[in-house]
Write a protein that binds this ligand. Structure first.
Ligand SMILES: Cc1cc2nc3c(=O)[nH]c(=O)nc-3n(C[C@H](O)[C@H](O)[C@H](O)COP(=O)(O)OP(=O)(O)OC[C@H]3O[C@@H](n4cnc5c(N)ncnc54)[C@H](O)[C@@H]3O)c2cc1C
Length: 371
């Protein structure tokens, strides 16, 4: 009997998973990939999209050519875990024997009052396009979030629009996960670019014309970009899968959902400890998770036990516009190796090479899985 593998989401995790599943599952399996759009979105370049830079057009049909994966363009609206069916808006419901859940994440716009009404986001292509379209009319932008996405967004905006007043507000220190040398470089670069940083300031409220900070200060700006955290879709939680407090699926060492072993969760929607710490939502972890998850689905289709996944961090790569950046080398658990930092143009080149490498991995996942 045909083993039906359904993959939800064609981002770094889901696309890699679908292609690996098709390459490993054998002839008696059918792999169907469901995605809201018919193009692959390079999410790690969305700050470039927001500043009007052209990025590659990557139709999923081309990336799937010759793999045997069937692409269904539709929005997944629900999972019936008992009936093993996914509900789709835009296509007929699909039954599965193995489900790979890879729907990624969106901006957490419900984090504080007013954010949903007044803040822009950078998490999805449509968010970035909205920011791009509004940018020409703006004199000031406040970016909320001092993590890697907030840093990259503020730098890209400042570089692309030199006259724009760019401010960054962060609840903790800027670039908290980086080592001190790397953080100093980000501060120096922001000073050069004219980005004003407000550290240890938590946003309480977003209004049409300004941010209200918990310290009582007001920070007026024409627009706000919410880069202070991502949230995952609720489909898994709604279907009764075992999830953490943020709705991410708890998986075992083979990436199978702890509560539903016929479901494999990969990428931002999965919570997996990497060397003792919950994995950071990142392409760096999501992409290899997807490759492994696809092979795990392939193993299940052949009636085999999936192998445990071994993941580790190598570095945190941050672009600071197109000509500067920081590469912070890390231990396997993501903690920074203090003096091991690359900065400036060399770091920008390394980051660009890595981003191109992710597209190579989407084209040739079997090669990528060998690393
Ligand atoms: C501006 C920016 C810069 C970043 N830079 C880096 C970086 O430098 N390094 C790094 O490691 N990480 C970076 N990240 C994080 C990284 O992009 C994510 O962690 C990564 O994309 C997660 O991959 P994923 O496959 O889980 O999800 P995604 O890439 O988000 O893919 C999810 C897919 O599911 C589809 N989908 C969602 N809901 C539905 C639905 N209901 N029905 C059908 N389809 C649906 C989406 O359209 C999408 O195709 C960055 C993120 C942003 C926003």
């Amino acid at each position: 009997m045909t083993h039906r593998i359904v993959v939800l989401g064609a981002g770094y995790a889901g696309l890699g998973a679908a292609k690996r599943a098709a390459g490993t599952a054998g002839r008696d399996a059918r792999v169907t990939l469901v995605n809201a759009s018919d193009r692959f979105v390079e999410r790690v370049r969305l700050h470039q999209v927001a500043t009007g830079q052209a990025t590659a057009d990557l139709p999923l049909a081309g990336l799937l050519d010759g793999t045997g994966v069937e692409l269904v363009r539709a929005r997944a609206t629900g999972i019936d875990a008992d009936a093993r069916t996914v509900r789709l808006d835009g296509a007929a419901d699909l039954g599965y024997d193995t489900l790979v859940y890879a729907l990624g994440s969106t901006a957490d716009l419900d984090a504080v009052p007013g954010a949903r009404e007044h803040a822009l986001a950078i998490a999805r292509e449509a968010d970035a396009a909205l920011l791009r379209d509004r940018l020409p009319g703006l004199e000031s932008v406040a970016v909320v979030g001092g993590g890697l996405t907030g840093i990259e967004t503020a730098a890209e905006l400042a570089e692309a629009r030199p006259g724009l007043r760019v401010e960054l507000v962060t609840a903790g220190p800027l670039g908290e996960g980086l080592g001190s040398r790397a953080r100093r470089h980000v501060h120096r670069t922001f000073a050069r670019m004219g980005v004003t940083v407000h550290e240890n300031e938590r946003v309480a409220n977003v209004a049409a014309d300004g941010l209200l900070l918990e310290s009582g200060r007001d920070l007026p700006a024409d627009a706000f970009v919410w880069a202070a955290g991502f949230r995952v879709p609720s489909l898994a939680a709604d279907a009764g899968l075992d999830v953490d407090g943020r709705g991410r699926v708890r998986v075992d060492g083979t990436l199978r959902a702890r509560s539903h072993p016929e479901v494999i969760a990969v990428g931002d929607v999965a919570v997996l400890p990497v060397r003792g710490r919950a994995a950071r939502m990142s392409c760096q972890i999501g992409l290899p998770m997807g490759l492994h998850g696809g092979a795990a689905a392939g193993a299940l289709a052949r009636g085999r036990e999936p192998r445990p996944v071994k993941l580790r961090y190598v570095s945190q790569c941050v672009s600071l516009g197109r000509r500067d950046g920081v590469v912070q080398f890390t231990r396997a658990d993501d903690t920074p190796i203090e003096p091991a930092v690359l900065t400036g143009r060399a770091a920008a080149r390394v980051k660009e090479a890595i981003v191109r490498g992710t597209v190579f991995a989407m084209r040739r996942p079997n090669v990528a899985a060998a690393f």
